[in-house]
Design a binder for this molecule. Structure first.
Ligand code: B12
Length: 211
């Protein structure tokens, strides 16, 4: 029987080896990949965040937990990928300039991929120009921006503005997300969509494209 608590504890304790082994075993037993993400990995990261906020955890613990989460997520991501040949849309995704957080962004990428979108993941600390070049190269119709720091939120606006200045703003729908991002902020900077969760990203993408 797959032990979701063991996976949750492994991420919480920064034990990448166990996180990977438990994920492998659970998938082999036929546990739904999204169950692992929603019922074990995300609650674990929420608890990591809580511990960090009340100074029970510090940056080294955060890094270890992030690494354990990534080890588990790497096994799940390919299984979320759609089997259809025609993509639902082409998405360029990245964490904005100055920001190194990528766990939420990776989840959003995995879930969009699972919904049939073709994903180009530019990684973290991505300057506006790099998003623009990738959109042109890939013929993308959606850009997804992630930010986790209040200090990097303005980089979302800078990125939206750079698309306008480059004359390619009309070509794409821009989605924004990350813990400090709100619907109001998304509206203020002229983004086309927002979701506070990875699960809501698919609906946000569909809504933005249909608008
Ligand atoms: C893990 C972590 C780290 C790790 C990151 C590892 C990694 N590979 O990502 C490390 C240790 C590197 C780190 C570093 C720092 N961190 Co940090 N970190 C966190 C922590 C604990 C968890 C973040 C996380 O992964 N959450 C889990 C994911 C699943 O949630 P999420 O990112 O919010 O994403 C979800 C949604 O927001 C949404 N979403 C996300 N992106 C997008 C995009 C789109 C388009 C859409 C639609 C949706 C969407 O979907 C996701 C899934 O549901 C948070 C605390 C917290 N409670 O959030 C602090 C936190 C974000 N960090 C913080 C800080 C201060 C830092 C540092 C400055 C610390 C330091 N003194 O060095 C550095 C900054 C480095 C940098 N330049 O970026 C602060 C930010 C405070 C603020 N208001 O700005 C937080 C809030 C902790 C705190 N309370 O102090 N951090």
């Amino acid at each position: 029987m797959a032990d979701l608590k063991q996976l949750r504890d492994a991420v919480l304790n920064g034990d990448a080896k166990t996180a990977k082994a438990v994920t492998e075993a659970a998938l082999a037993e036929g546990v739904e990949p999204m169950t692992l993400v929603h019922d074990a990995m995300m609650p674990a990261m929420a608890e990591v965040g809580r511990r960090f906020e009340c100074e029970e955890y510090f940056v080294p613990e955060l890094l270890l937990s992030a690494r354990a989460m990534k080890a588990a997520l790497d096994l799940v991501r390919p299984l979320l990928a759609a089997k259809g040949s025609q993509p639902a849309g082409r998405v360029v995704i990245g964490t904005v300039k100055g920001d190194l957080h990528d766990i939420g962004k990776n989840l959003v990428a995995a879930i969009l991929e699972g919904a049939g979108y073709e994903i180009t993941d530019l990684g973290v600390n991505v300057p506006p120009e790099q998003f623009i070049v990738a959109v042109k190269e890939k013929g993308a119709n959606i850009v997804a921006l992630s930010a986790l720091l209040t200090t990097t939120l303005p980089a979302m606006k800078t990125t939206v503005d750079a698309f306008k200045q480059a004359g390619v703003r009309e070509r794409v729908k821009i989605l924004v997300g990350g813990a400090p991002v709100t619907q109001k902020y998304a509206d203020d900077i002229g983004a086309d969509g927002f979701s506070e969760s990875a699960a809501g990203a698919v609906a946000a993408a569909r809504k933005a494209v249909a608008a």
